[in-house]
Design a protein around this ligand. Structure first.
Ligand code: NAD
Length: 491
């Protein structure tokens, strides 16, 4: 067992209560790390440290260029240590090392990008229709931001929040998922080495109710950036609204991946696989509803089933493994119960549909599972499973594809596979989703906005505009002193 400590005000510490909880390795099913269990007093300590750092520490005196340089230093440290960070994540969330290594290397780009952006946020001088007056608009940081992350991609989803928050001049308190705290705590060593002042970045570890909600409702927290499930997102949004706090919420999805008759099937079949079976389906952007046009339906299903059926389940550290365990026992049970629901609803299970246990493993595996004969009003087509479970639906033409795709409470992402450019453009306009991929799936970048419509969330992360989610405009009026004739009447 490895012992971890929290990071508050530039120092390593346990919870005030002395309590800890265990983090499990999803591949072995065994406890591997002891994590401090924060409560309200720890939350308050971390927020007070962040507030001090925001108001009286060195940080508010740093220029935007100096903040940017610190983020670029952090990017370099992450690049140099990406393998170590990736292995830590794999022990905690069970995802493939090959994927997490790529992800941790790529993640450095967020710190470099927002580091570069820090001193390029310009204000404006709007023309004012009053004589002798100049008005300037500046963009100021908000204060203490709470960054709350889930277990599926802990460090990447943190980078989407932490990099713009710091570039904008805020201070932060991070609460990682109780299932994957270790990598965020390890990252703090590199935050220290990047010479980011104490108190600017703090991490508390613990559970949603005992640590997450007290952080959200703390009076000194001005903004919450959250990625996770819909239920927690709704609770956070409601609590934040009471105190008029800003929020960005990246919630779930039930994303349609739509294949037309004219698509290049050599690309679309692996595209459908990576949409749902990569990361064992544990991504908010999973293409969990596969919509196939009549003409290719049978041949597509055959090729897809063959490829998914050949996937190797096993140790996430082994490069030969295609499908690793899901992250938690609760998630494992949830996925299996959705498989039962789909069967009871009359969907036809043509692949998988059971728990699996590869030799040597002790953890939470689910076979890659495919359902056909799915109707869009079934729960398996409407609710997020967050596992390797694919629903296949059939459509006749564009209108029907759009109708099925948009008939969802969610609107995070959508995929379209076609060689017809006009159709690609029409579909990208008509689909209700924050991201539309044409002839690709699952791409994200630091340069382009990401976020959802409808129940998939609020606000956008990534890209130039996302830094505004961590800034507020201030209007400053500068006037030549003038004696007004009648001070009781506004000019
Ligand atoms: P969750 O939403 O329960 O937790 C995410 C984070 O929020 C964790 O750090 C958790 O401790 C915290 N949290 C939970 N309740 C909170 C509350 N009331 N106040 C403040 N913080 C709170 O997600 P999870 O347990 O990691 O997974 C549950 C479901 O969420 C999954 O089954 C999946 O459907 C979905 N999910 C979505 C994403 C995504 O990227 N959109 C990622 C992970 C999970």
């Amino acid at each position: 067992m490895q012992d971890y400590q929290m990071y508050i005000d530039g120092a390593w510490c346990g919870a005030d209560s002395g309590e800890t909880f265990a983090s499990k390795n999803p591949y072995t099913g065994q406890d591997w790390a002891r994590i401090p269990k924060a409560g309200t007093t720890d939350v308050d300590r971390a927020v007070q440290a962040a507030q001090r750092a925001f108001t009286t520490g060195d940080w508010p005196r740093w220029t935007a260029s100096a903040r940017g340089a610190a983020l670029v230093r952090l990017a370099g440290l992450i690049t140099d240590n990406s393998d170590f960070l990736a292995k830590t994540e794999v022990r905690d969330n069970g995802k493939l090392l090959a994927e997490m290594s790529n992800q941790c290397r790529y993640m450095a780009n967020w710190y470099a990008y927002y580091g570069g952006l820090a001193d390029k946020v310009e204000g404006s001088v709007p023309p004012i229709d009053k004589p002798g007056v100049v008005n300037m608009v500046t963009h100021e940081p908000l204060g203490v931001c709470a960054l709350i992350t889930p277990w599926n991609s802990p460090l990447l989803l943190l980078a989407w929040k932490l990099a713009p928050a710091l570039a904008a001049g805020n201070t932060v308190v991070i609460k990682p998922s109780e299932f994957t705290s270790a990598s965020t705590l390890e990252l703090m060593h590199f935050v220290e080495q990047a010479d980011i002042p104490p108190g600017v970045v703090n991490v508390i570890t613990g559970f949603g109710a005992e640590a997450g909600m007290p952080l959200v409702t703390h009076p000194l927290v001005r903004k919450i950036a959250f990625t996770g499930g819909e239920a927690a997102g709704r609770a956070i949004n409601e609590a934040a609204a009471r105190d008029f706090k800003k929020v960005t919420l990246e919630l779930g999805g039930k994303s349609p991946n739509i294949v037309f008759d004219d698509a290049d099937l050599d690309a679309a079949v692996p595209g459908a696989i990576s949409g749902i079976f990569a990361a064992s389906g544990q991504t908010c952007i999973a293409g969990s509803r596969l919509l196939l046009q009549d003409g290719i339906y049978d041949s597509f299903v055959e090729r897809l089933t063959e490829m998914a059926g050949a996937a190797v389940l096993g140790d996430p550290m082994d490069p030969a493994t295609n499908i690793s365990p899901v992250a938690t026992q609760a998630q494992h049970q949830k996925i299996l119960s959705y498989i039962d629901i789909a069967k009871a609803e009359g969907a036809n299970c043509i692949l998988g549909g059971r728990a699996a246990q590869p030799e040597g493993a002790g953890g939470y595996f689910v076979e890659p599972t495919i359902f056909t004969d799915v109707r869009n009003d079934m729960r398996i087509a409407q609710e997020e499973v967050f596992g390797p479970v694919l629903s296949i639906l059939r459509f006749a033409d564009e209108d029907e594809a759009v109708h099925i795709a948009n008939d969802s409470a969610y609107g995070l992402a959508a995929g379209v596979w076609t060689n017809n450019l006009s159709r690609a453009l029409r579909m990208s306009r008509r689909l209700q989703a924050g991201t539309v991929w044409v002839n690709t799936y699952r791409s994200t970048s630091y340069t382009t906005p990401f976020g959802g419509t409808k129940n998939s969330g609020l606000g956008r992360e990534n890209g130039l505009e996302a830094i505004k989610e961590y800034l507020q405009p201030k209007s400053v009026w500068l006037a030549e002193p003038t004696v007004v004739a009648n001070p009781f009447i506004r000019r």
